[in-house]
Write a protein that binds this ligand. Structure first.
Ligand SMILES: NC(=O)C1=CN([C@@H]2O[C@H](COP(=O)(O)OP(=O)(O)OC[C@H]3O[C@@H](n4cnc5c(N)ncnc54)[C@H](OP(=O)(O)O)[C@@H]3O)[C@@H](O)[C@H]2O)C=CC1
Ligand SMILES: O=C1OC[C@@H](O)[C@H](O)[C@H]1O
Length: 415
């Protein structure tokens, strides 16, 4: 006997510009809203849909049986913006006419969304530097929260949010959708199978030429007061690639024993144009991560995981790879000196048809299932992992000389 689906009522705050233009890989707010709604792809995003680097981010819930989510139903019940008109425009343009989301209430403030009794969970899509205050206000109002990355602007703030969520018995998660895409499960299955030995070293990058010279100084991508630069915007993805693939021996989920960070400032505003950070987990492995807002990475490889007897090359883009290749060394005895070594290459295709959405739907489903089941955090993207990322970013910003608000650039107090 089938039971009726669990319905989760979402409040959305902020209506970012990629909601309407969706270019350059920016897939955030638009994606999350569309995955909660049932919009028709081709009517709203007629252009660039087949370009894998653009971001037609639509997830139709009428497709959700295909993603095995018939146990869930998502409805947007409230949209908050700095003006009622833009909240209403968002509802008109983006939300679906085929479910209840079209009757979402438009609000001219975020506080109104937090106060709405018809909202279970708030999705926070404001610029980075506002995440802390928005998340705090939503939690204090008794709402569960899915907050865009990066979670906060320093570890002490994140710890305060975690404390509030625990005191109020609320679900809290940082939105890093890579964790929930089918490719992430397949990668972990292959890497943790033991067939290729332990993970020894990881390289992970997300570099996107965001054309910073063409942007206004107030644009969130380059404005220091909005947390601009590569590390905070793009850095969460290489970090996720790394943390997903650490060897299971690292069961304590401890942070790295050593962090070395380097930043090259983007001249117009001083935020990081390029960031590089080297992490060591003593006796477990090392990682080199990079992020850039001025350089476009290749469309081939986003990350390389080096194991004892194989390398795994993960496809671009880092936030939503479509597959990966295992390059295994021959298992038989080493060939005689001078003989060629034949590597065995196996490609795993984990792509989902674009018409089935781009991957954020799995993250929304995770939120719904956790809330339905009374969980306060997701086991796949838990708060310990967010704390490691924040700790690393605090340290890299400090070592790299990132220009931050007064009082926020101090040394990390550690994990
Ligand atoms: N998960 C993902 O794949 C992605 C995540 N993101 C994340 O989403 C967040 C927002 O990014 P994005 O949408 O690109 O940002 P935008 O600059 O396009 O939009 C941010 C929105 O926040 C609101 N806002 C409130 N105060 C301010 C302010 N002082 N200055 C500017 N905007 C303000 C505005 O909405 P309003 O006027 O309606 O209040 C604005 O439209 C970031 O943290 C980013 O990391 C972004 C892209 C992809
Ligand atoms: O989360 C993100 O992923 C894709 C990027 O292009 C975007 O800037 C970032 O916010």
């Amino acid at each position: 006997m089938s039971s009726s689906p669990f319905t989760l009522k979402w409040g959305i705050i902020a209506t970012g510009k990629q909601l309407y233009c969706c270019v350059g890989g920016c897939v955030g707010i638009l994606t999350i809203c569309s995955l909660l709604s049932r919009i028709h792809l081709s009517s709203v995003y007629p252009v660039r849909y087949s370009n894998p680097q653009s971001s037609p981010p639509i997830i139709d819930l009428w497709l959700y049986n295909r993603r095995n989510a018939s146990d869930l139903r998502h409805v947007v019940t409230a949209v908050g913006s700095r003006s009622v008109a833009s909240a209403q425009k968002f509802i008109d343009d983006v939300l679906s006419s085929t479910d209840d989301s079209k009757s979402a209430t438009p609000y001219g403030s975020y506080a109104d969304v937090f106060a709405d009794k018809n909202v279970d969970v708030v999705y926070i899509g404001t610029p980075h530097t506002m995440h802390y205050e928005n998340t705090k206000a939503a939690l204090l109002a008794g709402k569960h929260v899915l907050c865009e990355k990066p979670f906060t602007f320093d570890l002490a703030e994140l710890d305060e949010l975690i404390k509030i969520a625990r005191e109020k018995d609320l679900f809290l998660m940082e939105a890093v959708w890579t964790r929930f895409h089918p490719v992430a499960y397949k990668l972990q299955e292959v890497i943790f199978s033991g067939k290729y030995g332990k993970v020894k070293r990881i390289f992970a990058d997300l570099s996107v030429n965001t054309k910073p010279d063409e942007r206004e100084l107030t644009d969130r991508m380059i404005a220091p007061e909005l947390g601009g630069g590569g590390l905070l915007d793009l850095g969460p993805y290489p970090m996720t690639m790394l943390l997903m693939h650490q060897h299971p021996d690292n069961k304590t989920k401890a942070g790295p024993s050593s962090i070395v960070g380097h930043m090259v400032p983007y001249a117009r505003t001083g935020v990081d144009g390029h960031s590089t950070w080297i992490l060591e987990w003593k006796d477990l492995g090392v990682a080199i991560c990079t992020a850039s807002i001025t350089t476009q990475m290749s469309t081939e490889t986003a990350a390389i995981i080096q194991l004892e007897s194989a390398e795994v090359h993960i496809d671009f883009p880092t936030y939503r790879p479509q597959g990966f290749t295992v390059i295994a060394r021959p298992s038989k005895e080493s060939p005689a000196e001078g003989d060629p070594i034949t590597y065995e290459k196996t490609h795993y295709d984990c792509s989902i048809p674009e018409t089935d959405g781009r991957g954020m739907q799995y993250q929304a489903d995770e939120v719904a299932r956790c809330i339905r089941d009374g969980k306060k955090e997701s086991e796949r993207r838990d708060l310990a992992e967010s704390r490691i990322v924040m700790h690393v970013f605090d340290e890299v910003r400090k070592q790299g000389g990132y220009p931050v608000k007064e009082g926020k650039a101090g040394p990390s107090k550690g994990l």
